[in-house]
Design a protein around this ligand. Structure first.
Ligand code: PHE
Ligand code: ZN
Length: 862
């Protein structure tokens, strides 16, 4: 770790140092006198000594000063130890009261109690509760909450908190109050309140045991019409969790509130989920199909947390993946059940490869169960979430569906009402699954992506085929030497002549550095299909020829494996183009044609399969990333695919043209393929391509088509480009979520002047760093645009660093999340690497830097 003058020595928290809390808090009564400028918070805690010790009560605080401290009704002695309130207590149980004042409208971090769009709301995970009141802010202190909210009635007619409403009333002075009671003990990170001028879309869900639950989605009155999709998703998710996991909802009400200013996607506060409005609001005119899907997934995710997260929570933050990995796994399966499971799997793997593999290969690599952190907010990562979900998926594969369900039943049953660990979860898998997962546990402790090489050798004479598998894993920070992992690989062989199965699918558990699998009576030369369904989150290297990959892309009976074969063929071609200046495009063109014309495939799958790997994924395959060469190679292949298959693209395009908007898997698939086809027609250089896009842009009856056309135009040079951007801006200038798309589309443009355009957009009157969605739509999107961000003169690096330094002063959490692209300097040539390092050093040297940014930037320099 770098030692810097201006940062007070960062405190490292270590998993190995865990000790049980000295004091428990079985009950709390909270009384809020709400006001944006000064909110008074009174807290009455019933505290109980936990075990035999004489340690004082220590209550976490952040930016709080006690106005009063009473123990059992009398003013008590207390002292501040830094931000922590320390009170010496003589007995084993006491009533401790504190009083503080906070200013929600000055809270730009969006942690604790803050103002958003005229409403007051909270965000407490991971350590925001200590910004509201003094409390042992750790997930293993479970407390029953009683909450009273008082606020001006005209301004805040709706007052919500966790649990069930118990009483409410009006006061003489124009204020009113409401009391909420949550019967389930919970950690304070699940606390929430909302005071606002909100309208509800209400419904009733009857649980399978016959309990009626009042469900409601709260938004601004004018957004009410955009909440039906989320409400429908919620009820579908509630029924799904009953059917698939046997989990019922447990309170009389379930409220969801949408707010515009939010650091993450959404938050699973008990009975009162708070959402970033982008994961609630949808109508055909303003939300894409992707938005609709994401809304359903996030609504389901937060709902599923009621069991995997709330009823069973985490003992400490190192166990974060216990709730997040499992809940992502659950929401992924839920989404798969709503439409095409194959397409969903492809999307999930694409996300993993785009976000998690680079993390695992870079300076911020960490295990799914980390060993230490400076700032826990930095660990809400693709590793914890998406790789964590893959770990659950691998255990489900190893156990099989029936035993997996038995194991989750055991887990929910055994640990209900407790704060548990990843180890608790795995031990349930082991016990109910009747398997030994000793070595599998390395997936929790070792960072990095395993690499498996597979070599298949066939002896025609004996009919024997030998598959040799070897695994390796590169060192990661703090883990120079890796132990072999347990890698579940589904494998199948096809005959090169007959095209038929010559060895049925089997699950191979690779647990040694090297292992050999023999297949008998294989009469013809076999073609290897491996890691089918992406059974393990690993990189598989094979020596399969372009012809064999072409065969699999057209004939494998596992749709994921078909997609994967096509991707591999495209990658091989592109990497060889980059390295040797040219590659043979013909096999890719043939395979794409074959897929496009396959009448048995649905449009959604075709659209995914024919897409080229992204610039950054191509870069991930190379020792030194050359952004310009990658861009040229990819564009050349796109152009050839566009030209050679122009007739096919036009047919696919026209076939989907007449559809009216409908949100169904088939209609979504048609739109997806239509927009992919539009992109290829455009890449072909056809003279009418821009007008085709412009007509689509103008005539679209939905945002998927409108934004698809806009994206095509925004990357081009036609005279329609500026017109379309202006029309789009004017049409949606009062809709923040759509303006985010307007910014992001330009930041993702493949034009040569994108870096400059983005700098100008950062001075646009609608750009602000204060809103995380807006900041991400420009800065985050731009940093994903490999060629533009990695401008050889360092312009992109400087711009992003400037923005992050400014953002850090307002909202360190959101700033730190956007830093990782700057930290990948090791993957680039030495000139770029030096420029990137210089910006990281500038960030680390910034006076007053947050610990969030310090951790990300200093670790990236190491
Ligand atoms: N726990 C939230 C989820 O379901 C994420 C989150 C973390 C939200 C921290 C806000 C703050 O994924
Ligand atoms: Zn979650």
């Amino acid at each position: 770790m770098l030692d810097v003058q201006n940062t007070s020595q960062p405190v490292v928290t270590r998993r190995a140092d865990y000790t049980a809390p000295a004091w428990l808090v079985p009950e709390i009564a909270l009384d809020f006198d709400l006001d944006p400028r000064r909110t008074r918070v009174r807290a009455r805690l019933n505290v109980a000594r936990n075990g035999a010790h004489d340690a004082p009560l220590r209550l976490d605080g952040d930016g709080l000063a006690p106005l009063a401290v009473r123990v059992d009704g009398v003013d008590a002695d207390w002292r501040m130890d830094g931000a922590t309130l320390e009170i010496a207590l003589s007995g084993d149980a006491h009533e401790v009261e504190t009083e503080v004042e906070i200013a929600p409208e000055r809270n730009t971090q969006l942690m604790g109690l803050y103002a958003s769009g005229g409403n007051l709301c909270t965000q407490c995970e991971a350590e925001g509760f200590r910004r509201i009141t003094f409390f042992p802010d750790r997930p293993d202190v479970l407390t029953r909450y009683q909450v009273k909210l008082t606020a001006e009635k005209a301004r805040y007619p709706v007052l919500l908190a966790n649990g069930d409403p118990v009483a409410s009333g009006d006061l003489d002075d124009g204020r009113h109050w409401a009391e909420w009671h949550d019967p389930f003990p919970k950690p304070c990170y699940l606390f929430a309140l909302i005071a606002g001028d909100l309208a509800a879309n209400r419904d009733t869900f009857t649980t399978r045991s016959g309990r009626d639950v009042e469900v409601a989605i709260w938004v601004r009155e004018r957004d009410l019409a955009k909440t039906d999709h989320a409400l429908h998703a919620l009820k579908t998710a509630m029924a799904w969790d009953e059917r698939v996991y046997g989990r019922e909802y447990d309170l009389d009400v379930f409220n969801i509130v949408a707010v515009d200013d939010f650091n993450f996607g959404a938050m699973e506060n008990k009975g009162l989920n708070i959402f970033n409005s982008r994961y609630i609001l949808a109508d055909p005119d303003t939300a894409t199909d992707h938005d609709y899907d994401a809304i359903a997934a996030v609504v389901a995710h937060e709902y599923f947390h009621n069991w995997s997260g709330n009823r069973i929570t985490c003992r400490d933050w190192f166990q974060l993946s216990l709730k997040e990995g499992f809940t992502v796994y659950r929401d992924q399966k839920f989404s798969a059940d709503q439409g095409s499971a194959a397409v969903k799997r492809i999307e999930d793997v694409r996300t993993l490869r785009a976000a998690q593999f680079p993390e695992d290969a870079g300076p911020l690599a960490h295990p799914v169960r980390p060993d230490s952190y400076i700032e826990i907010s930095n660990f809400y990562t693709a590793t914890i979430y998406n790789k964590g979900a893959e770990l659950i998926g691998m255990m489900a594969t190893i156990l099989g569906a029936e035993k997996f369900r038995r194991a989750t039943d055991l887990y929910f049953d055994r640990f209900d009402g407790t704060a548990a660990t990843c180890e608790d979860f795995v031990s349930c898998m082991e016990e109910a699954g009747e398997v030994d997962l000793t070595r599998f546990r390395r997936w929790y402790s070792q960072a990095g992506t395993p690499r498996v090489t597979a070599r298949l050798v066939h002896e025609a004479g004996s009919g024997r085929a030998m598959l040799t598998l070897r695994q390796t894993m590169a060192p990661t920070p703090g883990q120079p030497v890796k132990e072999p992992m347990v890698v579940p690989l589904t494998v199948k062989l096809f005959g090169a002549d007959s095209g038929r199965e010559v060895a049925p699918e089997q699950l191979v558990l690779l647990s040694e550095p090297e292992s050999e699998i023999a297949f008998e009576s294989v009469g013809e030369r076999p073609i290897l299909s491996i890691n089918r369904g992406f059974s393990a989150p690993v990189v598989v290297e094979t020596d399969r020829s372009a012809a064999d990959l072409g065969f699999l892309s057209g004939h494998d009976d596992d749709p994921f494996a078909r997609y994967e074969a096509m991707q591999q063929l495209m990658l091989d071609t592109l990497v060889s183009s980059v390295q040797r200046g040219r590659g043979d495009h013909a096999p890719v063109i043939d395979a794409v044609r074959q897929t496009l014309l396959d009448g048995d495939l649905d449009s959604a799958f075709i659209a995914e399969a024919v897409l080229l790997p992204s610039d950054s994924f191509i870069g991930d395959q190379m020792a030194v990333v050359d952004p310009d060469a990658i861009f040229r190679a990819r564009e050349a292949l796109r152009r050839d695919l566009g030209r050679e298959l122009e007739g096919e693209w036009r047919e696919a395009y026209e076939a989907a043209l007449a559809n009216r908007f409908e949100y169904s898997p088939a209609a979504k698939g048609a739109r997806r393929l239509k927009n992919v086809a539009l992109g290829y027609i455009n890449a072909s250089g056809a003279p009418d391509a821009a007008s085709l896009a412009f007509v689509q842009f103008e005539q679209a009856d939905n945002m998927t088509d409108r934004q698809g056309a806009l994206a095509t135009l925004a990357s081009g040079t036609s005279d329609k480009r500026v017109a379309a951007l202006d029309i789009f801006y004017n049409r949606y200038s009062d809709n923040a979520l759509v303006l985010d798309k307007w910014f992001a589309t330009q930041a993702l443009s493949s034009r040569d002047d994108t870096a400059q355009a983005v700098e100008e957009l950062s001075r646009h009157k609608d750009f602000t760093l204060a809103n995380p969605n807006r900041a991400r739509s420009l800065i985050g999107a731009f940093a994903m645009n490999q060629r533009a961000f990695h401008d050889a003169a360092g312009r992109g690096y400087r711009f992003v660093a400037d923005q992050l330094i400014a953002l850090d002063k307002l909202n360190p959490q959101t700033a730190a999340k956007l830093l990782p692209p700057l930290g990948r300097w090791r993957r680039f040539d030495k000139d770029r690497a030096a420029l990137m390092r210089a910006e990281l050093e500038r960030i680390v040297a910034t006076p007053g830097l947050s610990k969030d940014m310090f951790e990300q930037a200093s670790k990236s320099l190491d």
